[in-house]
Design a protein around this ligand. Sequence first.
Ligand code: CA
Ligand code: CA
Length: 299
Amino acid sequence: MQRIPRDQSVFSFSPQHAPVAQCTSGDVVVFETFDCYSNKITREDQVVRPSGWDNTNPATGPLYVTDAKPGDILKVEILQIQLDSQGTMRAGPGSGALGHVLEERKTKIIPIRDGKALFNDKLALEVNPMIGVIGTAPQGEAISTGTPGPHGGNMDCKRITKGSILYLPVHVPGALLAMGDVHALMGDGEVVICGLEIAAEITVKVQLLKGSKLPLPLAISGGQAITIASARTLDEAAVQATEMMHDFIRKALNMDPQEAGMLLSIVGNLRICQIVDPLMTVRMEFPLWILEKYGYVLP
Ligand code: CA
Ligand code: CA
């Protein structure tokens, strides 16, 4: 099994990055990842100012997928997310949704033992390992690993966990897949601009789909099909994620637009992924069993 070491990482998704590894469709690859601070914060007395998006979120890769061409879809199955033994959090003035409330900066180191994050003496929280940053290269200009978008990137969607599937667009030859920014645990919103940031080893199976049509990025997780959209405001992202799902189910279920809209309005759930990155991210979740009932099979 191929393994990409964590020091082979990038701070943007870009067609300019030279691939650090290559695989073919169907291969299983392990991505060793730094935490979003490049594993540089290991003690609580390291209270450093946020350094901006340019050197946050190292993403391991990029991986070149043989024969991937623009217009293809990359299907990434997340087989395993193995966490390090401790994670890091930071909170302070000027950062995230509470930046105007917090007066001092604080760093917290949180040990992980037996699948629990030991937040303090009272709270041992069950971990839910997820990938914050995962994407492919865009066609044109580089996109920082701090920013989410149609290429994936910093979506901070807590549904991207072990056992889930993520479909990503291929914009450039080889797709150039990269990932990092694993969280041992994160709430929807990621309000202080970090999850429980942690180094990890992510095992994925990568498959290339030719001639398939899906709204991208699309995740399959927890019995739901999930469209993910990012925009300047939550309102815009919410409408985009809804439109993506509406268009998808209309065709998949062969419904007229009104009928598909009504169904979405009663069984679809709009949820916030994050409100702290340069663009806001929202997801629309739709039950997989309904797709199955109509005989729709995901590629
Ligand atoms: Ca993130
Ligand atoms: Ca993060």
